[in-house]
Write a protein that binds this ligand. Structure first.
Ligand SMILES: [Cu+2]
Length: 154
């Protein structure tokens, strides 16, 4: 099975698992973003958070005809970084990276415990149920604006 077929299979499973959750789908310049959402940790009873960080998870596919890379993220509610997870002894730790590879006809899965977008220094009293605009910057495809629902779900 090709990597892409495996990715499609995973995407199918993700969609079933996530059921009716209406997380955003954006298709632009050959880049398709599915299931994009912002995970807010430590949510309190009013839907805000005691944390000053959050993460974004999604599935990105590249149907543009050329290899690409996710090289940055911008938003107005925090500073954003690309993070990967690695082992430090027997501890998992997050490390900032410059880019994620996104080969043509391939995909990139940003998920809890793996590669993700990290929001640091949350502003604006972000809360569950908000929709936030997040700009993904690709080396070839340019900027793709993705509206993302804020949720307490990973
Ligand atoms: Cu992180």
């Amino acid at each position: 099975m090709s990597k892409f077929a495996a990715l499609l299979g995973l995407l199918f499973v993700l969609i079933i698992v996530m059921g009716c959750t209406n997380w955003s789908v954006v298709s632009q310049n050959g880049i398709e973003v599915n299931q994009a959402h912002i995970y807010l940790p430590a949510v309190t009873s009013d839907g805000t958070t005691e944390s000053n960080v959050a993460a974004a998870y999604m599935v990105i596919e590249n149907m543009s005809g050329k290899d690409d890379r996710l090289i940055g993220v911008n938003c107005d509610f925090a500073d954003a970084e690309l993070h990967t997870m690695s082992m430090d002894g027997d501890m998992m730790k997050m490390t900032p990276v410059e880019a994620f590879e996104l080969p043509n006809e391939g995909g990139l899965i940003l998920q809890s415990g793996g590669n993700h977008i990290m929001f640091i220094g949350l502003r604006d009293n972000i809360r569950v149920g908000d929709e936030k605009q997040v700009v993904l910057r690709f080396e070839n495809a340019g900027e793709v604006v993705v509206p993302m629902l804020v949720t307490a779900e990973k």
